[in-house]
Design a protein. Structure first.
Ligand code: AGP
Length: 612
C-alpha cells in the first residue's frame, strides 16, 4: 500500500520526509516523491519512479531541498502505471493545491469528467490528481478556505483516502483528511507530523492523535486542530505510543522476518501474560458480559490471508472446548454475501494491521446486522481496534516483514485463551482441565524456542527446495489449517506455486498432479488423525512424491515414509499449530533467501491491504 508522511516545524523537512518514507518501505511501493515549501517561496516537488534511493540521490539525501514544511509519498500503483508523472505529490496546475494520498477514489472517473467540463485538464492517470483538482475547485468556489474545500470534496468522493494537502495561501500548514485508510498524527515542541503508520514518526515523537473517519486535521508547528465534516472544531485525546524504536529495527538479524520469527517466544509470552494473572484469564478489554458469553451459540471468525488461517485453526479449538459452533469466513467474501447471521453470535475479526479494507468492511457489516464484534488486533488505535465493540490486543510489537509470523502466532494464542475463557464462563470445562490447558499454553514459548534451535537442519532441507516449481501441503484438522499457512508463506516470499489440501481431499482430484519428485509437505500432529494422514503420505509417495513431515517427537515411524522429518515438542494437539507452523515459517524464509529474493518486501505485496 502507499505510504504518506508530512512534517511542519523549524527543522528542514526533506530529510525528515525521506527518513519517514524509509520506515514505510515495507508497505510496498514502486515510486516516491516529496513536496517541500520554504516559507512563502514556491513549493518544490521532486518525484520519480523507483525506490527511495533514487529520490535521495536527486536531493542529496534531502539536503538540497530547502524548507520546513512538506509532504512525502511512496506509491503502490493502483490507477496508472509506475511512472514519474503518476508519482505523488500531485498538484493543481497553478500550484494552489498539492497533495499526497493513500487509498482509492472509486468515483474518480465521474469526478474527472465533471472537472474537465469546468475547465480542468489532467496530466496523470491517477485518481489522486482528480482529488487534488476537486479540492482546488471547491477551494476557489468557497472563499479560498481549506477546511471548507476539503469538507466539500470529501462529501463527493466515494472510496478511501488518507490525504495530506498543502495550500499555496497557507504556508507552513498541512491539512489532512481521512476515510478508512490509516493515518496517524504526531506532535512535539514546535513540530507536527503525519504518517500512514507509527514507525515513520516514532523517532521524533510518541505523542499521537488518531484521526477518525471523515475528519480533517490542520497541522501547524506544534499544534493540531481537528474538524468534523461540518467544519466544526472537535477535541481529540492525545495518546502515547508504547513501542520502542529499536523494536522496529532489525536487531542484528539479516531480515525483519528472521528477527520476527525469533521474537515469537517473547511476544507469545507477552500476549499470554497480558491477560493471564494467577492462573486465570482476565479479559478486561473484552467487555462481553458473562451472560452474553453464555448465550453465544455461534462465532464467526472473519479475516484475510494468514489471519484467516488463524481462524481455520481456532475453529477446531473453540468447538473442542465449548458447545459454540464456529464459521470461518474470508472477509472479502463475507462483506458481499447476504449472510443470515445468528442473533446470539459474535463476529471475531482478526487483523495484524487493523486496517485491512476487507476485514474493516466485514466488521462494519456485522455491526450493521446487530452482531457483537471483537477484534484481535496488533496495532493499537487502528481502525478495526477502534470500531469493534471489544478488542483483544496481541503484543507482537511492530511487525515490519510483509510475511506475518509473530503476529500470526500471537493471534493463535489469543484465540486459545478466548476459547478457554468462553468454556470456563459457560461451565463447559472442569477447573482441572482449564488449569491443564492454561499450563500447556504457557509452555508454547519455550517449545518454540526449542524448534528454533533446529533451524540449521531446516535450512539444509530448504536448500533442496530452492528450484522446485510446485509444492503441496497436506494435513487434517488443525494440521490442515497449518498447511494453509505454510503454503501461503512459501508462495508469498519465494514465489513458488504451492497449495494446501485437506489430506483426505487428495484422492478427489489433486493427486492427479502428483508425479516424480513433486514435493509434498505433510503436517501430522493430530493424535486421532495421524494414521489417516500417513496413508495419504504413502499414496503420494507411491506416485513419486518427495515427502517431508512436520510431526510430534515420538512419531519416528514417519521416517519410513518421509525423506525428511522435523519434530516438534510434545504438546496437547489443540495447541500444536503454534509449534508446527514454526518449521514452515523457517523453510519459506530459507527458500526465499536461497533464491535471492527480498524476503521482507516481496513483489506485488503490501503489509497492510488498505484497498479492496
Ligand atoms: C501474510 O503473511 C500476509 N502478509 C497477508 O496474508 C496478511 O495476513 C493479510 O493481508 C491480512 O493482514 P492483516 O492481518 O493486517 O489484516
Amino acid at each position: 500500500m502507499c505510504g504518506i508522511v508530512g512534517f511542519t516545524g523549524n527543522n528542514q523537512a526533506a530529510p525528515i520526509l525521506l527518513d519517514g518514507l524509509s520506515k514505510l518501505e515495507y508497505r510496498g511501493y514502486d515510486s516516491a516523491g516529496i513536496a517541500v515549501r520554504n516559507g512563502e517561496a514556491e513549493t518544490e516537488v521532486i518525484k520519480e519512479k523507483g525506490k527511495l534511493k533514487v529520490l535521495a540521490e536527486m536531493t542529496n539525501d534531502g539536503k538540497a531541498v530547502k524548507g520546513t514544511c512538506g509532504i512525502g509519498h511512496t506509491r503502490w500503483a493502483t490507477h496508472g502505471d509506475p511512472s514519474a508523472v503518476n508519482a505523488h505529490p500531485h498538484s493543481s496546475d497553478d500550484g494552489n493545491v498539492i497533495a499526497v494520498h493513500n487509498g482509492i477514489i472509486e468515483n474518480y472517473q465521474e469526478q474527472r469528467e465533471k472537472l474537465i467540463k469546468k475547465g480542468y485538464s489532467f496530466k496523470s492517470q491517477t485518481d489522486t490528481e482528480v482529488a487534488v483538482k476537486l479540492i482546488d475547485y471547491y477551494y476557489k468556489k468557497y472563499s479560498n478556505e481549506p477546511i471548507e474545500a476539503l469538507s466539500h470534496a470529501m462529501m463527493r468522493i466515494r472510496g478511501s483516502y488518507a490525504l495530506c494537502v498543502m495550500f499555496k495561501d497557507y504556508p507552513g500548514e498541512i491539512y489532512c483528511a481521512r476515510k478508512d485508510s490509516p493515518m496517524i498524527i504526531g506532535i512535539a515542541d514546535d513540530e507536527s507530523y503525519v504518517a500512514s503508520d507509527v514507525p515513520a514518526i516514532l523517532k521524533y515523537t510518541r505523542k499521537v492523535y488518531y484521526i477518525g473517519n471523515m475528519e480533517i486535521a490542520k497541522l501547524e508547528k506544534g499544534n493540531v486542530i481537528f474538524y468534523n465534516i461540518d467544519s466544526e472544531i472537535i477535541e481529540k485525546p492525545l495518546t502515547e505510543i508504547k513501542w520502542d524504536a529499536a523494536s522496529a529495527e532489525k536487531g542484528g538479524y539479516e531480515h525483519f522476518m528472521l528477527k520476527e520469527i525469533h521474537e515469537q517466544p517473547k511476544v507469545i509470552r507477552d500476549t499470554v501474560n497480558s491477560v493471564v494473572k494467577d492462573g486465570i484469564v482476565h479479559f478486561d478489554s473484552v467487555t462481553l458480559t458473562d451472560d452474553e458469553i453464555k448465550a453465544l451459540d455461534q462465532v464467526y471468525i472473519i479475516a484475510c490471508g494468514s489471519a484467516y488461517h488463524v481462524g481455520m485453526d481456532l475453529q477446531y479449538v473453540i468447538e473442542s472446548l465449548t458447545s459454540i459452533s464456529v464459521r470461518v469466513e474470508l472477509a472479502s467474501e463475507f462483506r458481499y454475501r447476504d449472510m443470515k447471521l445468528k442473533k446470539n453470535s459474535l463476529a471475531i475479526v482478526i487483523s495484524q494491521s487493523g486496517e485491512t479494507a476487507d476485514s474493516l468492511a466485514a466488521l462494519r457489516l456485522a455491526k450493521d446486522k446487530g452482531i457483537k464484534t471483537l477484534g484481535i488486533v496488533n496495532v493499537v488505535g487502528s481502525s478495526i481496534a477502534r470500531e469493534a465493540d471489544n478488542v483483544f490486543y496481541t503484543l507482537a510489537g511492530p511487525e515490519i516483514s510483509v510475511a506475518t509470523t509473530k503476529a500470526y502466532s500471537c493471534q493463535l494464542v489469543a484465540g486459545y485463551l478466548l476459547a478457554l475463557q468462553f468454556a470456563k464462563t459457560r461451565d463447559e470445562i472442569e477447573d482441572i482441565s482449564y488449569t491443564k490447558f492454561l499450563n500447556e499454553i504457557n509452555t508454547i514459548p519455550e517449545k518454540v524456542e526449542k524448534i528454533l534451535e533446529d533451524k540449521v537442519r531446516l535450512q539444509w532441507y530448504s536448500n533442496k527446495l530452492v528450484n522446485i516449481s510446485d509444492a503441496f501441503f497436506i494435513g487434517r484438522g488443525i494440521d490442515y489449517a497449518i498447511g494453509m499457512e505454510g503454503s501461503l508463506k512459501l508462495k508469498e516470499i519465494s514465489y513458488i506455486h504451492s497449495e494446501a489440501y485437506a489430506a483426505g481431499e487428495l484422492k478427489h482430484g489433486p493427486i492427479s498432479l502428483i508425479e516424480d519428485s513433486t514435493v509434498v509437505i505433510s503436517v501430522v500432529t493430530q493424535d486421532k488423525l495421524i494414521e489417516k494422514t500417513v496413508s495419504n503420505m504413502v499414496e503420494v509417495k507411491s506416485r513419486g512424491a518427495k515427502v517431508m513431515a512436520v510431526t510430534t517427537v515420538g512419531n519416528y515411524f514417519l521416517e519410513d515414509t518421509a525423506e525428511f522429518v522435523c519434530y516438534i515438542p510434545q504438546i496437547h494437539s489443540l495447541f500444536s499449530g503454534s509449534l508446527s507452523v514454526i518449521p514452515l515459517q523457517l523453510i519459506s524464509y530459507y527458500v526465499s533467501i536461497g533464491k535471492g529474493y527480498d524476503v521482507d518486501k516481496p513483489r506485488n505485496l503490501a503489509k497492510s491491504v488498505t484497498v479492496e
